[in-house]
Design a protein around this ligand. Sequence first.
Ligand code: CTP
Ligand code: MG
Length: 461
Amino acid sequence: MTDSPALAAAPSVAVIVVAAGSGSRLGHVEPKAFVLLQMRPLLDRALDSIFAMREAVQVIVVAPIDRLMDARRIAASVSARHEAPDTTTPPPPSPAATSTSIAAPPSRTVTIIEGGRTRQDSVDRGMSALMPSIDIVLVHDAARALTPAVLCDEVVAAVRSTGHGIIPGLPLVDTIKRIAHSGAILGTVDRSELSAVQTPQGFPRSMLADAHARAAQNGRLEAHTDDAALVADAGLPVSVIAGHPLAFKITTPEDLERAEAILHAATASPTPAWHLPRIGTGLDVHSFATDATTELWLAGLYWPGERGLSGHSDGDVVAHAICDAILGAAGLGDIGSVFGTADPRFTDAHGEIFLTETVRLVAAAGYLIGNVSVQIIGNRPRFSPRRGEAETLLAGILLAPVNIAATTTDALGFTGRGEGVAATATALLYPAPRAGRSVGQPAAPAPLPEPGQTPDLNWEA
Ligand code: CTP
Ligand code: MG
C-alpha cells in the first residue's frame, strides 16, 4: 500500500501487542504477559510469532508502566533469536548443494509504550506510536501466546485484499442456551450464526483510527471488548476468517495448564528442564585505575587506602561476576544486556544496585537462589581479613549463602603483575515452589522482594 520508493524499506504493517493487563483472573503476582509458560514469559512467546511473520512489521508492545524495561528486554531477546544468520562468511561447500542462499528475515521495528487503564486505552496508546508508513494495523493480545505466525500473515493478506476489518474466529461446538438470572432456559441459540473471535484483528489504519476517535468522542470506548466491535459500531465493514485453535486466550489458571500441556506434548521430554536446578557462571576483570584517588570497592565493601579499579560503575568484579552467574542461570542474559554497559544511570553505581535488581529479576522469572560461590584472583587487596564481612553482606542481598575464596597466580599473568583483579562466580538457582502444583510442574514466579529491597532504577522505555 506504500509505494513511495523513498519509503520502500519502511514497514506498511504494524502489530500492536497489548500486554498491559494485570491478569486478575489468572491470579499471579505479576502481570499476565510476564507470567512464565514453560520458562518463557507469555509476551516472549507472543512476540515469537510476530517476529516470524512473512513481511517487515513495526511491533508496538504496550506494557504496564512498571514493566517497560522487562518488555524491552523480552523484545530484545526475541529479536536476537530471529536475527539473520551471518551471511558474510560463505557456507562450507556441501555435496548436496553447490550454493546456499539464506534469506534474511524481514526487518522489525520495536516500540515499547506504556499501557492504559482498559484494553481499549492500551490500544489507543499503541496507535499513537504508529510509524507514518503504516497502513494496516493488527491488534493482538499478548495473552494469546501460542498464536501461529501464519494466522497473522493471513489476517494481513485478507485486510489487504478486501480493504475491510478482518478478525479470526472459530465456530462454536457446544450448544448455546440463553438463560435467565435464575438459570432457567429461555431458548437455544442458532450456533451456525455464532463465531468465537480471536486476535490478531486487522484493519486498514484509517478505519481503526476513525473508529477509535468516534468511540472516544461518544464516550463509548469502554463499551467494547475488542476492536472489531468498535469498528463495526462505527458502521465500518468487518469480516471473519478462519481462526486457529492455538490462538486461544490464556485467561484462567486452567488455560495456562492447557498451554503448558500443549507445549509439553510438542517438546515431549522425559526430564523437562523445569524440574531441574540451574547453574550459571560469571567472570569479570577490571584493571587498577591510573588515578590514585579512585576508591576500591570489592565484594560490596569499600577498601580504604587501596587503589581502586577502573570501570563505568565502581568496578566491583565480584558483584559483576555474581550478576552474570545468576542471570545466566536464569537464562536472562548478562549484566551488559540487562543493565547496559554505557548507561549513565550506572556511572559509579555500586555492586549492590546490580545485585538487588538481579535478585528481583530472577524472582520474577520464577527462581530462587540456592547458593553462590566466588573466586577472586589478584594480589591486592588482602582479602581474608574481611572475607566474613563480605560474605555476610552479599548473602543479605542475595538471600542465599555466599562463599568467597581468594587466590594469587604465583606472579603469572595480568593479576600476577598486579595490573588488575579478576573474579569468577558460580550460582545455583532452583525453581520456586508454587502452592497447588506437584513436583515436576513448571516453576512459578516467587513473591518479589519487599518494595524497600528493590532500588528505584527509574526504567524508561
Ligand atoms: N490489556 C491491556 N491493557 C489493559 C487491559 C488488558 O493491554 N488495560 C491486554 C492484556 O494484557 C491482554 C489483552 O489485553 O493481553 C486481553 O485482555 P485480558 O485477557 O482481559 O487480560 P487482562 O485484562 O490482563 O486479564 P484480566 O481481565 O483477567 O484482569
Ligand atoms: Mg481484562
